[in-house]
Design a protein around this ligand. Structure first.
Ligand code: HPA
Ligand code: ZN
Length: 306
């Protein structure tokens, strides 16, 4: 099975650059931190704590070169797993919060991707609990780079404190500017949050696991061919699901909902894309043809498929 997974050509569509930083890389970038301190930040009791620690890690990317290092390391690991295409999420909201130069960060990460055989596109996202005005600034930064590697705009952060409905106008404007649209939803709240994301035009749903609670939503996702970007280990680590066996991956798949497997923040959740496929096989009895379907989906629902 492991060899089969390794050989499968895969695409990674939901991975946050800042959350892809290994503890060793963080210590290299921020040598004043202690190993113990960093290790402690890579474990969480709940989603709120995870978000806090994600912000803490991102805060230490103080120079464009730090973003470039993170990109090179992530692409190296993806290449080892036979990932051929990636859409990487960059938190434009955090760049603005740190008062960094977005153009310099963009140039650094673009140079880093140019050296990889993986086809890479960027998703710039906003931190939804920080409000619409700041998200609007993040969107403008993304829109300015539509023909320069940025394909989509997304909403991340705390869905309970930044309802998608508040972002309807912003999403309409982003679409008008040529950006594709993404939204984390139904990760730690409910199916209603997914409905809101769909209402404002999200074309893929980040996580979306609470769709399992709403048969009408399941039918809607199937009819509109809108996929969920499922990140199983992430959901266990943040407490989005109480235990691994309770994860609805198998049920959503059997219900016919379009699914893609992703990692979210691989080292922060102690996983890899390969491990997510292996987990689907070992814990949820996915067969080789079913895993092949998930891998095919990862290309099918990409914004710039081959
Ligand atoms: N949800 C919301 N925001 C995030 C996540 C997530 O899983 N990962 C990084 N930012
Ligand atoms: Zn995410």
């Amino acid at each position: 099975m492991r060899e089969f997974i390794q050989r499968l050509p895969k695409a990674e569509l939901h991975v946050h650059l800042e959350g892809s930083i290994e503890p060793t890389t963080l210590l290299e970038i921020a040598p004043h931190l202690s190993h113990t301190e960093v290790e402690a930040r890579y474990h969480y009791e709940n989603f709120a704590e995870f978000l806090k620690n994600f912000g803490w890690v991102a805060k230490h990317l103080t120079a464009p070169e730090h973003y470039a290092i993170a990109t090179r390391r992530l692409l190296q690991r993806l290449e080892e797993q036979n990932v051929q295409y990636a859409e990487i999420t960059l938190s434009a909201g955090v760049i603005l919060w740190k008062n960094q130069d977005p153009a310099a960060v963009h140039q650094a990460v673009r140079e880093a991707t140019a050296q990889s055989p993986i086809r890479v596109y960027w998703i710039w996202d906003a931190v939804r609990q920080w409000g619409v005005d700041r998200a609007w600034q993040a969107m403008e930064l993304a829109a300015a780079r539509v023909d320069d590697g940025v394909v989509a705009f997304g909403l991340g952060g705390d869905e309970a404190n930044g309802p998608a409905r508040d972002y309807a106008q912003l999403f309409a404007q982003a679409r008008a500017k040529g950006l594709r649209l993404l939204c984390h939803a139904g990760e730690v709240t409910n199916a209603g949050s997914i409905w809101q994301a769909l209402e404002i035009g999200a074309e893929r749903i980040g996580h979306g696991i609470r769709a399992i609670d709403d048969p009408a939503l399941i039918e809607h996702l199937k009819a509109k061919d809108i996929p969920l970007e499922v990140c199983v280990t992430s959901n266990v680590c943040t407490g989005a699901v109480p235990t691994l066996p309770e994860h609805p991956l198998r049920k959503l798949f059997d219900a016919g909902v379009p699914l893609i497997l992703n990692t979210d923040d691989p080292p922060m959740f102690h996983t890899t894309l390969h491990e997510e496929y292996a987990l689907a096989a070992s814990q949820f009895q996915f067969t080789e043809p079913e895993l092949a379907q998930l891998a095919a989906n990862s290309f099918r629902y990409a914004f710039r498929p081959l």
